[in-house]
Design a protein around this ligand. Sequence first.
Ligand code: 4NP
Length: 160
Amino acid sequence: MAVRICFVCLGNICRSPTAEAAMRHLVDSEGLAHVFHLDSAGTGAWHEGEPPDRRATATAKRRGVTLEGRARRFDREDFSRFDYVIAMDQSNYRHLEQLAPTDSDRRKVVLFRDFDPDGPRGAEVPDPYYGGDDGFEHVLDICLSAARGLLRHVRKKHTL
Ligand code: 4NP
C-alpha cells in the first residue's frame, strides 16, 4: 500500500507545493514513485484554485524541480486520506492539531523541519510570500534537505 503524505502551509501556493515537488523529485530519482502518494494543501482558502506562486515555480524550475497542482484547503476529511500530514511552520502545526478529528489523526501531524538534519528541532520553513527572490531560494534549499530526511525516515520505517 502507498505511503500517503500531504504537505501543508498557509496558502498552498509557496511552501507546501515546493515541499511536495522536492519530495517527488527525490522519490523519482530513487525509483520509488510507485510507493508514494504525494499532495499538498493550505490551512487557508484565499488562493483556492490558483497555481503555485510564479516565483516559487521559477526558482524550482532553475534547479530541475517541477511545481504542480492547484491550491486547495486542507479539511478534516483529509486526515483519513493521509498517513503523514506535514506542517511547514508552528502555526500550521497548531491549526492541524486542532482540526484533527481523533488522537490517531493528531499523531499524523509533524513539523517538516523535524526531518531536516540542518534544522534544530522545532525549526520552521519561513513564509517567503512577502519577501524577495532569495527567500524562495532559501525555502527550496530547506525543502530539499527536509525531504531527504523525510525519505530516509519513511524508508526505514516502512522498510523500503
Ligand atoms: P504559503 O505562502 O503559505 O507558503 O503558500 C503564503 C501565500 C499566501 C499568503 C501567505 C503565505 N497570503 O497571505 O495570501
